[in-house]
Design a protein around this ligand. Structure first.
Ligand code: SAH
Length: 393
């Protein structure tokens, strides 16, 4: 290979454990003149070949491993193989949905690539220099595996800046419909792949929505950070008495209303409230309004380590407020999708929130991300979504 990275002495340990990232500080020397996204061979300080990676000069993660096999070439057929492997795993899962995460980046051996399949339309995010460089081959590989699929790109995200890439969005094949009805747990849900968050929808909560529904029959339910109301839809179908969705995105709430109408839910059974959760929970506390079941599924509060302390305070605050306005005997389903927040820390925050709320509570079930969001064992960063079902005394 033309380009080489030679690691500092002793800095090959993570690679030997098959972790896919090479940080700039681990590098002694770069040989050749690699451009962003080029293949680059990684060598130990002692001259041993370790991996083939994608070079990313703008990022602190200076290279991301494609393969630990010396004979493997990075070309269209490499991508076809990885996509096939990812797809056959998803097929084994017998998901109660026509939609699933097909590629979960590093966890599926394709660092920086996210692909969701929404009822046959693929929505892709190219988030690293390597997948950017090979976009043509990746799209061609997808078309081999899914010959009739339309493919839409949603690379309009800030993390691309860290890789020196500009945001981009649009069809990669001939245009299809950007408003897609999917089926999840027998519910019809509208996904707006053009304007929705991320790729359009949060597939990672599929299994947790079914679990949440178990605590909703005949209950008053508050669904905080509702987005397009999918937890709420499950609550309604499970026979909740009253549902309130809270979100600051009017567009998301309008989509929720559209989805509920489509699912023939009577309008008096729910309320979609455009409000800040931090403020609204305080308002309910002041007014003495209480709920049987509360769902807290906030956005990522911590994007990096510097934000972790502030994020912890945010999580503690909403959990404390939710526990205060939960009726005795009620259930809180609380989540964190910040990868930097480890399960043990999250549990401690919820415990501290209960102390501050002067509430005694028990964990009934720990929760995590849906099965089509696997975690590569050598890449624990792949585990990001954690939750707790909490019962209040
Ligand atoms: N629970 C949703 C996904 C939530 S994503 C689902 O199952 O699909 C996080 C949501 O929180 C986004 O819709 C965003 O608009 C909303 N949000 C972010 N900050 C908020 C705040 N302070 N108050 C209310 N909603 C907020």
């Amino acid at each position: 290979m033309k380009h080489k990275i030679i690691l500092q002495a002793g800095r090959e340990k993570a690679l030997r454990r098959k972790h896919p990232w090479i940080f700039s500080r681990a590098i002694k020397k770069v040989e050749g003149q690699p451009q962003a996204g080029d293949d680059i061979a990684i060598y130990s300080a002692g001259g041993e070949w370790l991996a083939t990676a994608a070079y990313s000069p703008a990022s602190q993660i200076r290279a991301r491993v494609w393969t630990f096999s010396p004979e493997q070439k990075i070309d269209q057929s490499f991508f076809e193989q990885r996509i096939h492997t990812a797809l056959s795993m998803r097929k084994q899962l017998a998901l109660p949905s026509d939609s699933y995460r097909l590629i979960a980046g590093e966890n599926d051996g394709l660092p920086g690539l996210t692909i969701d399949n929404y009822a046959g339309t693929l929505v892709a995010q190219f988030l690293s220099a390597g997948v950017e460089r090979y976009q043509k081959e990746i799209v061609a590989a997808l078309q081999v595996v899914f010959p009739t699929a339309k493919i839409y790109e949603r690379s309009d995200v800030d993390v691309r800046k860290k890789e020196g890439l500009k945001p981009r969005q649009g069809w990669l094949t001939e245009a299809g419909d950007s408003q897609i009805w999917i089926t999840e747990n027998k519910q019809q849900i509208l996904v707006d792949i053009e304007h929705g968050h991320k790729t359009g929808f949060y597939l990672d909560q599929r299994e947790n929505r079914l679990i949440a529904a178990e605590y909703c029959r005949d209950k008053t339910v508050l669904n905080c950070f509702s987005y397009t109301g999918t937890f709420g839809l499950h609550a309604l179908q499970a026979g909740c008495q009253k549902l309130i969705n809270l979100d600051v995105s009017q567009r998301a709430l309008d989509t929720a209303a559209h989805i509920y109408q489509h699912n023939k839910i009577a309008a008096e059974r729910y309320q979609n409230l455009n409000a800040d959760v931090f403020k609204q929970l305080r308002a309910y506390r002041e007014q003495g309004v209480q709920f049987d079941t509360i769902i807290l599924d906030p956005p990522k509060f911590a994007e990096n380590k510097n934000q972790l302390n502030k994020a912890c305070r945010g999580y503690k605050d909403i959990n404390m407020l939710a526990l205060q306005i939960l009726k005795p005997g009620g259930t809180l389903l609380t989540f964190s999708c910040s990868g930097l927040m480890e399960s043990a820390l999250f549990q401690k925050i919820v415990a501290d929130a209960a102390l501050d709320a002067n509430v005694i509570a028990q964990i009934i079930t720990p929760l995590s991300q849906a099965k089509d969001h696997p975690v590569l064992l050598s890449y624990p960063e792949g585990f990001y979504l954690k939750g707790l079902v909490v019962h209040k005394y």
